[in-house]
Write a protein that binds this ligand. Structure first.
Ligand code: FAD
Length: 557
């Protein structure tokens, strides 16, 4: 084999998994090259909330919400039994060390919000805070001209032509006159944004996934880690039982690059790939994805061609959002509307089928279950005028005025009617049934208990509700015309099916033997959660931890 170039470690994909792997490798003194097939870093990570689920961290203890690994172990046992036990233990054992490593040596830093519950917050060992960590905001100006290389969030997650808004910013921006503190904070945000827009195409105050990517990129640059853009993995070069390097298209040149110590695949799984969805999600009515289009299965397919085994033994083959569709936007209904009081979801029968305030993944699982008996794709989120005023729905912002509402009604995104019977007709469901469903829901709201599906019944439900709404933060009667509905469809946010690995992220063959020299992290690696969405941050957390384990394995042999 004639090699054009040689490095110790060759990493493919500049999202969470790949950027972390390259950063760990560089700090361990390895000669590393990070190849990214697009002109920007970030992949799906840059459009994410940036939360990592890593139990028992020093950061949680520092921030006053300590978490215990033993509790997390009990929780995972209750959630997923004994499946993926080896990989799970490796994750639990290395998580805090991996976080500390970044915290001490790089600008990749996290904090533990005072409250961020696991999704099944009634299970033994669950955490209400301390397990889900958020990246600290980041000042994009520090990147200089490299700021343009950070993939931006999707447009609906920004306001005023490119200002990022975190969960904590929303109440301040919605009610700037509520207090002097709110006013000062809102004025500061707006002023910063106005100044940014004089020099940049979007705001430079980065939060959530964009802050995480900004911090990773800044830390890579600070360490002079080489990043090849427009550099696409074509295929792996494999000897008898060892991956020695890869064929890479860089710009219009094809190169063979030798990896003396290892190749790490971090190309983001295959959530947007129709072909692979057809293979691994047969017969599921899931036709949309929120993942970055470039995360289309390249690493996964290259590894399969090199003899890697696929691990598809998951309760669900992918993680889902319920998403509404508007032009090219697949808008995920994550936490701003479904759990709030005064909204229900109905299927084509006009009946509710799920606890609307459960996690986005569980909502879709409920939708897919219901769909087996009654068409439930799309399902309809139904609310009244007061709900839109207070919380907004999908792309329609809280407090939306007439113009915004008219625009979305005119293009069909938002259905509107003066009566529930008329709304039912517009969305094609039986009017009398919808009326009965709303009446029953309203009676539950008066009583504060949803006897049908338990909306607002768990700590997690209540966390996303409205604490000012009594007695149940997730229930309020739907009574004020006009009435509105938005259609939601299941969409993939990421894949659970992935390459079979051991606890050091070494890719395994069908006999369970490691394919020498080959590692997979992020969504290229099969999810250790086996298709059960246990809490916030369960793809980015493992991406970070297994990048650490892979590099330590490469370093120490
Ligand atoms: C709206 C939204 C919110 C989310 N919030 C969270 C959250 O808060 N916490 C959480 O844990 N998860 C969250 N997720 C899921 C999470 O973002 C993804 O699971 C995660 O970003 C995947 O990381 P990755 O490193 O595997 O891939 P990515 O971040 O997608 O990066 C993959 C990179 O590989 C590159 N690539 C692809 N093919 C090649 C090739 N052939 N050669 C070279 N490079 C290649 C791509 O261009 C891309 O840059 C969210 C997802 C969405 C859509």
């Amino acid at each position: 084999m004639r090699w054009d170039r040689e490095v110790d470690v060759l990493v493919f994909g500049a999202g969470m998994g790949g950027m972390c792997a390259a950063l760990f490798a560089a700090h361990e003194g390895l000669d590393v090259l990070l190849c990214e097939k697009t002109e920007q870093v970030g992949g799906t990570t840059s459009t994410s909330a940036g939360t990592v689920w890593i139990p028992g961290s020093a950061q949680a203890k520092r921030d006053g919400v300590p978490d215990s690994i033993d509790d997390a172990r009990r929780f995972l046992e209750a959630e997923i039994g004994t499946r993926a036990l080896g990989v799970r233990e490796a994750f639990l054992e290395a998580g805090p060390a991996a976080l500390d490593y970044l915290d001490v040596r790089t600008e990749v830093k996290f904090r533990a919000p005072p409250r961020h519950p696991d999704y099944h917050s009634n299970q033994p060992g669950r955490a209400l805070a301390g397990r889900a960590l958020a990246p600290l905001p980041f000042d994009g100006r520090l990147l200089g001209k490299d700021f343009a290389r950070v993939r931006p969030p999707i447009a609906p997650f920004m306001v005023l032509g490119g200002m990022m808004v975190g969960k904590d910013d929303i109440p301040i921006l919605l009610k700037p006159f509520a207090s002097l503190k709110a006013f000062t904070a809102a004025a500061r945000l707006l002023l910063r944004h106005a100044t940014d827009r004089l020099r940049y195409r979007r705001g430079t105050r980065l939060v959530m996934g964009n802050a995480l990517v900004g911090r990773l990129f800044y830390s890579l640059r600070a360490r002079d880690v080489p990043i090849a853009f427009d550099a696409r993995l074509v295929e792996l070069v494999k000897g008898a039982d060892h991956v020695d390097g890869a064929v890479v298209d860089i710009g219009d040149k094809r190169q063979t690059i030798r990896a003396r110590r290892g190749v790490i695949l971090a190309t983001g799984g295959f959530a947007p790939s129709e072909k692979l969805r057809a293979e691994f999600m047969r017969a599921l009515p899931v036709a949309h994805s929120n993942a970055f289009a470039g995360a289309s299965g390249d690493g996964f397919q290259a590894a399969r061609a090199a003899g890697a085994a696929v691990d598809d033994r998951h309760t669900s083959p992918a993680f889902y959002f319920p998403s509404s569709l508007h032009k090219d936007t697949v808008y995920p209904h994550i936490l701003l509307d479904r759990a709030k009081p005064g909204l229900i979801a109905v299927n084509s029968d006009g009946r509710r089928f799920v606890n609307e305030s459960d996690s986005y993944h569980d909502f879709v699982e409920g939708m897919l279950r219901a769909n087996a008996a009654t068409p439930s794709v799309p399902a309809w989120l139904v609310c009244d005028r007061s709900f839109i005023r207070d919380y907004g729905i999908g792309l329609v912002h809280p407090g939306a005025g007439r113009r915004q509402i008219e625009r979305y009604v005119a293009d069909g995104y938002l259905k509107r009617a003066e009566t529930l019977m008329e709304l039912a007709q517009l969305i094609g469901v039986d009017g009398k049934t919808l009326l009965r469903t709303v009446q029953e829901h309203n009676a539950f709201a008066e009583a504060g208990v949803d006897d049908a599906f338990g909306k607002g019944g768990t700590e997690y439900n209540q966390f996303n509700g409205d604490p000012a709404n009594k007695p149940n933060p997730c229930l309020r009667p739907i009574v004020e015309p006009p009435y509105f509905a938005v259609a939601v469809y299941p969409s993939t946010m990421g894949t659970c099916v992935g390459l079979s690995t051991d606890g050091d992220a070494r890719v395994l063959d069908p006999d369970g033997r490691a394919v020498g020299g080959l590692y997979a992290v992020g969504n290229d690696m099969a999810s250790l959660f086996r298709g059960i969405y246990v809490g916030p941050g369960i793809t980015l957390g493992p991406a970070l931890v297994f990048a650490y384990r892979a590099v330590m394995r490469i370093k120490n042999g």
